[in-house]
Design a binder for this molecule. Structure first.
Ligand SMILES: [Zn+2]
Ligand SMILES: [Zn+2]
Length: 455
């Protein structure tokens, strides 16, 4: 064999080897790319879908989606108002559910390029701001959300503290509420609702379709009737816009097959929402308990949030670890009354928050908590609490004789010196547990301290 031929063979071999190596590399890269996953959230087109910010595109097959609204959020992509049935892309999903799609890195790159061209980097204008006010209302809940000139109220505390809520709304110049949510018909959440319904203009009033036999609940129904206000029972998955923010209904007890077996059906029927403003998320879950939390995880709605309003005033009934892991919050806000007789916040919940490094704000210690989102960062009106002080439960009260003042909503022992001065029309003698009276919105008398006397 001539030197020349040998040389030619060598070159051929080198070319082949290079080619083979390139093929191998491509195969390896391809294998790695196949594992890239993107989680995509689809929103049902129920409620308001922020049509002012619609972007319409149609793409090829599965990698580019027909969508009406999208916004990259961390490693997820949010899609709203997308209807697979119309575009026939063949991906089946239930509206409002979260699904995962796989895309190759090359396609992802192409998509990112397309995205850069078509979608503004941050589709929340720099001027947009959302404020979440966790109002100090003693034992109960009242959260005011303000975004771009629109207002929304979630719950309205015990009747005795209604002045605190209305005073706060007035202070903030709120006269019109785009949404009001009564998470569930317990008195510490709807006590102030009749006044809110009467004194403010409400666009949409949400309350779950469970009824209770309490005077306060009847007052809410009556007040709504008087003002011709329709009661909307929300549908899980629906999204509603509030300024540049939007919220999704992630739970109401009606969603689940086993809701009739809920141990604490009223609390577990709480309307739960995830509120999104740019990259920031808040999860408000009313008084939902363990069963509702576990069911919520099965729905597939995204629960991850930066701020988690502790379920049921941080009682032991909620905030189970698996749920908390799904939410994975940086902050938690606890709304409960200073020295409340129920023992909120509970040690198990506080310990869990502490273990997971969650920063805690508490209305019982710190008063009203204000959280502000600019779409990227969240700021607070004060520093987190580091007391980790647990609530002390007063001994379960026995049924006793009490005297109620139905006007001042204060209750007394029959021996109390103030009982004599209660006008006849406001006086009511009852046999009841002091804890139940407090749940109904009554306050203990400072003179006789009927509840503390039992603890
Ligand atoms: Zn409550
Ligand atoms: Zn409740």
């Amino acid at each position: 064999m001539s030197m020349l031929k040998k040389r030619q063979r060598e070159i051929q071999f080198l070319i082949l080897l290079t080619f083979a190596l390139l093929m191998l590399r491509a195969a390896l890269v391809h294998a790695a790319e196949g594992k890239l996953t993107y989680t995509v959230e689809y929103y049902a087109n129920g409620g308001a879908a922020a049509p002012d910010r619609q972007v319409k595109v149609s793409g090829k097959k599965k990698e580019v989606f027909r969508l009406s609204m999208q916004r990259p959020y961390r490693d997820r992509y949010l899609f709203r108002g997308w209807n697979t049935k119309k575009d026939g892309s063949g991906v089946t999903y239930q509206p409002g559910r979260m699904i995962t799609v796989k895309r190759s890195r090359r396609k992802a790159r192409l998509y990112a390029k397309w995205e850069k061209k078509h979608i503004p980097e941050d589709d929340i204008p720099a001027s947009s701001q959302m404020e979440v006010h966790f109002i100090d209302v003693g034992q109960g809940d009242a959260t005011l959300i303000l975004c771009d000139g629109e207002a929304m109220l979630v719950d309205a505390c015990n009747p005795v503290n209604v002045e605190a809520v209305q005073g706060y709304l007035d202070l903030k110049g709120v006269t019109k509420l785009r949404y009001v949510i009564a998470t569930h018909p317990h008195t510490d959440h709807i006590g102030g609702m009749p006044g809110i319904i009467t004194n403010y203009d409400i666009d949409t009033f949400f309350m779950p379709s469970v009824s209770v036999a309490t005077p306060i609940y009847e007052n809410v129904i009556q007040a709504a009737k008087d003002r011709n206000l329709q009661i909307t029972s929300p549908v899980p998955g629906q999204t509603y816009a509030l300024g540049q923010a939007f919220f999704q209904i992630v739970s109401t007890g009606k969603l689940y097959k086993n809701s009739s077996t809920y141990e604490d059906s009223i609390n577990d029927c709480s309307i739960c929402i995830r509120l999104d403003h740019g990259e920031n998320r808040y999860l408000l879950v009313g008084d939902a308990g363990k069963e509702a939390e576990l069911d919520m995880m099965k729905t597939g709605y995204s629960l991850s949030a930066d701020v988690y309003k502790a379920a049921h005033h941080a009682s032991a009934s909620g905030s189970v670890e698996a749920f908390l892991d799904a939410v994975s919050p940086e902050y938690s806000v606890i709304s409960c009354g200073a020295g409340n007789i129920f023992g909120y916040p509970h040690a198990r919940v506080l310990n869990l928050f502490r273990k997971k490094g969650i920063k805690v704000f508490r209305t019982d210690e710190q008063g009203t908590i204000v959280s502000v989102s600019d779409g990227k960062e969240i700021t607070w009106n004060l520093s987190p609490s580091f007391s980790w002080a647990v609530g002390i439960k007063k001994r379960a009260s026995a049924v006793r004789q009490f005297v109620l003042n139905t006007k001042t909503m204060i209750f007394h022992t029959p021996e109390c010196r103030y009982v004599k001065s209660i006008p006849k029309k406001n006086r009511k003698d009852v046999k009841a547990k002091s804890t139940d009276l407090i749940l109904e919105g009554y306050r203990v008398c400072n003179g006789c301290i009927p509840a503390a006397g039992e603890g």
